[in-house]
Design a protein around this ligand. Structure first.
Ligand code: PMP
Length: 296
């Protein structure tokens, strides 16, 4: 199917321009339907130089997101990692966020992508939610139903739901939205996973309705290394509101503590929480410190 040729005009922001002259693909499924797969990877300035944290795992997840949604993935992971390091060097970036995207090509039908392009962007970015404790609210928005969109893919279109939830939370004076799944269990924040601490044990919602965050998995691994008991379990809003403390995990965010959910302030001092311990170990791990699990 041909959508335009060199004689085709489109209207763009007040002007008529040639369809083939625009810097973005105006006929792409990515733009029309949010049909592109994305990732988020962090680069840290470590004593071993600039290091991407778990880059292979992120690119494997990108491949999975594509394969699960019918987007062609024809790249080698090793080469993508290598190109990402080159991109950071060319932009002189040390502490950075990297956004790989697989963009789909011209196709106005609701059918699998006929073409796919790999784009990798990188920019300097501090922790997504800052470093202070945040205030969160239980959102009136829910996580997307797993039967409408697979919960374990990172596809651009799903982030409109995250934008709506965050916007609504910020409007009411909060930093972040906590979303329930369609069965009423606590799922996660708009773009971060959630942990709670209760009676010196960590709990995080089970996979199924949540996005399987790499930071969530890392936090579970750190807990194991530190002999901290952690359990994946379906959590009710009541479980969340009666927790001793809570925190969020995500690549862009790192690990950030939650001071309160709506009017419910968590009773434990953040510095004394298991979350704070995991936060310190995570920082050491991303900075490739030896014996990251030794917390002093
Ligand atoms: N949930 C959603 C919806 C996300 O977009 C992200 C960030 N990719 C996360 C959770 C956290 O995942 P990760 O730890 O792999 O960054």
């Amino acid at each position: 199917m041909k959508y335009f040729d060199k004689n085709t005009w489109v209207y763009l922001d007040g002007e008529f321009v040639k369809a083939n002259s625009t810097p973005v693909d105006l006929f792409g499924q990515s733009l029309h339907y949010g049909y592109s797969a994305i990732e988020g990877i962090r680069a840290y300035n470590t004593h071993n130089g600039t290091r991407l944290f778990k880059a292979e795992q992120h690119y494997e997840r990108l491949r999975f997101s594509c394969e699960r949604t019918g987007i062609l993935f024809r790249w080698e992971i090793d080469e993508l990692v290598e190109k990402t390091y080159q991109l950071l060097e060319q932009n002189n970036l040390r502490n950075a966020y990297v956004r790989p995207m697989v963009i789909t090509g011209h196709n106005m039908y609701l059918t699998p992508a006929v073409e796919a392009t790999m784009v990798i962007l990188a920019w300097e970015w501090g922790p997504f939610l800052g470093t202070d404790l945040i205030r969160a609210t239980l959102s009136p928005y829910q996580r997307p139903n797993p039967w409408s969109l697979p919960p374990d893919v990172k596809i651009s279109g799903q982030y409109v739901a995250s934008i709506l939830a965050t916007t609504e939370a910020i409007k009411r004076g909060f930093d972040e939205a906590i979303l329930l799944d369609q069965e009423g269990f606590v799922a996660q924040a708009s773009s971060n996973n959630l942990f709670i601490e209760k009676d010196a044990k960590l709990f995080t919602p089970t996979l199924g309705h949540i996005f399987p965050g790499i930071t969530r998995q890392t936090a579970l691994e750190i807990a194991k290394a530190l002999n901290i008991e952690a359990e994946e379990k379906r959590l009710s809003p009541e479980d969340l509101l009666t927790a001793d403390s809570a925190f969020l995990t995500g690549t862009a965010t790192g690990i950030v503590g939650i001071a309160a959910i709506d009017d419910t302030v968590f009773p434990q001092e953040w510095a004394d929480t298991l979350g704070a311990t995991i936060q310190r170990a995570y920082k050491n791990l991303t900075l490739e410190k030896e014996n990251y699990q030794v917390i002093i």
